[in-house]
Design a protein around this ligand. Structure first.
Ligand code: PLP
Length: 365
């Protein structure tokens, strides 16, 4: 059976991308974000690959995601970026040797209910301007006091998150980094600031630990530095199949709402992917796809199971041909713009109907 939609994940690309990050931030330890099923790439396969490549730690959003990795025998340190929300979760986190990111005083109160002997490992998350999670910077002295009260707790360090690191001209990033540094002057403990954009765009954010996510999957978050120029390789190829090739006369319309009108006689290919697979309905006419190594463009509304493609640039297109939606020489970050979104959302939006295949360079993983 030929799958209608295949997401091929190249684990060799993941390894390459980790090496690129290490070269960019040679003095930093790397905590790779594998939350949201490794940005839709398959958390267990990606985590195994990163662990074998000696990543220093992994990061997930929540306990369930960490448990999935522990049940697959991933031994690497794993940080829970949103921390824990109950004493049961806190106890499980300790049992599974997870690092708890603590962002509020109520979480400290929760952790203080653990047995004295519990080998708790924790980060403190500081809010340097993102204003989502985190303690205000003015809480640092109080937090240092909490650590002194709990000598049995293993303190991993101080973390903050950047709001605009993907905007090279935005001065707010430097403001955040300076505020974080200033609040922690003379305070012991490791520091961690940078996500992918912070690592690529802001050398002063490459401190004790870096936390790449998107770059591990081979995308650049920066508008002024494409992935290829950074040495990043896209890990995911998303492909559908041509189901039909039809010809229509000038003036004929294609698909729902008659949104696309043929300007001349033209061939239209119908391919086997729709919004039920994760192909955003917001993709507009002119969104590029690759067929037979040439660029063709979407024409007409995305439907649940199908797309329609203006294949004037691919006159030899055949039923059964693969249609590349993103990956390879068609970066997801570029395609995402045609739907007014980011590659992050494209990756995370793939659904159960997509057939995942993990490979290792040329071979099957
Ligand atoms: C997801 C996440 C990251 C990774 O972000 P990217 O932009 O994908 O590199 C880093 N830090 C935190 C706190 C995150 O939630």
């Amino acid at each position: 059976m030929i799958p209608r939609v295949t997401a091929t994940i190249d684990l060799a690309a993941i390894r390459n991308n980790l090496a690129v990050i290490r070269r960019l931030a040679p003095k930093s330890r790397v905590m790779a974000a594998v939350k949201a099923d490794a940005y839709g790439h398959g958390a267990v396969a990606v985590a195994r690959t990163l662990e074998a490549a000696s990543v220093d730690a992994l990061a997930v959003a929540c306990l369930e995601e960490a448990m999935t990795l522990r049940q697959a025998h991933i031994q690497a340190p794993i940080a829970l970026l949103e921390g824990v929300i109950s004493i049961e979760e806190a106890a499980l986190a300790v049992y599974e040797r997870l690092q708890v990111v603590v962002h509020d005083h109520w979480q400290i109160a929760l952790l203080e209910q653990l047995p004295q002997t519990a080998r708790l490992s924790l980060w403190f998350k500081l809010d340097s301007g993102m204003h989502r999670l985190g303690f205000p910077l003015s809480d640092v002295p109080r937090l240092a006091e909490v650590l002194r009260r709990h000598p049995g707790w293993q303190f991993e360090g101080w973390m903050t998150h950047l709001a605009c690191a993907d905007e090279p001209d935005n001065p707010f990033t430097a403001t955040q980094i300076e505020a974080f540094d200033t609040a922690l002057r003379g305070v012991p403990g490791h520091r961690s600031i940078a996500n992918s954009a912070g690592i690529i765009g802001w050398p002063q954010a490459r401190v004790d630990w870096v936390r790449p996510g998107l770059a591990i999957y081979g995308c650049s978050p920066m508008p002024d530095a494409d992935a290829r120029s950074l040495g990043l390789q896209p890990a995911m190829r998303l492909e559908a199949r041509v189901l039909a090739v039809r010809r229509f006369a000038a003036g004929e319309s294609i698909g729902y709402g008659r949104k696309f009108i043929c300007t001349e006689e033209m061939p239209i290919a119908v391919a086997s992917i729709g919004y039920a697979d994760g192909m955003h309905r917001a993709f507009r006419d002119g969104t590029p796809v690759r067929v037979r190594n040439r660029t063709a463009v979407l024409a007409g509304r995305i439907s649940m199971d199908m797309i329609t493609i203006d294949v004037r640039a691919v006159p030899d297109v055949q039923v059964g041909d693969p249609v590349l939606l993103w990956g390879g020489d068609l970066p997801a970050e570029e395609v995402a713009r045609y739907a007014g979104t980011l590659s992050y959302e494209l990756f995370c939006g793939l659904t159960q109907r997509v057939k995942f295949r993990h490979i290792n360079g040329a071979g099957i993983a």
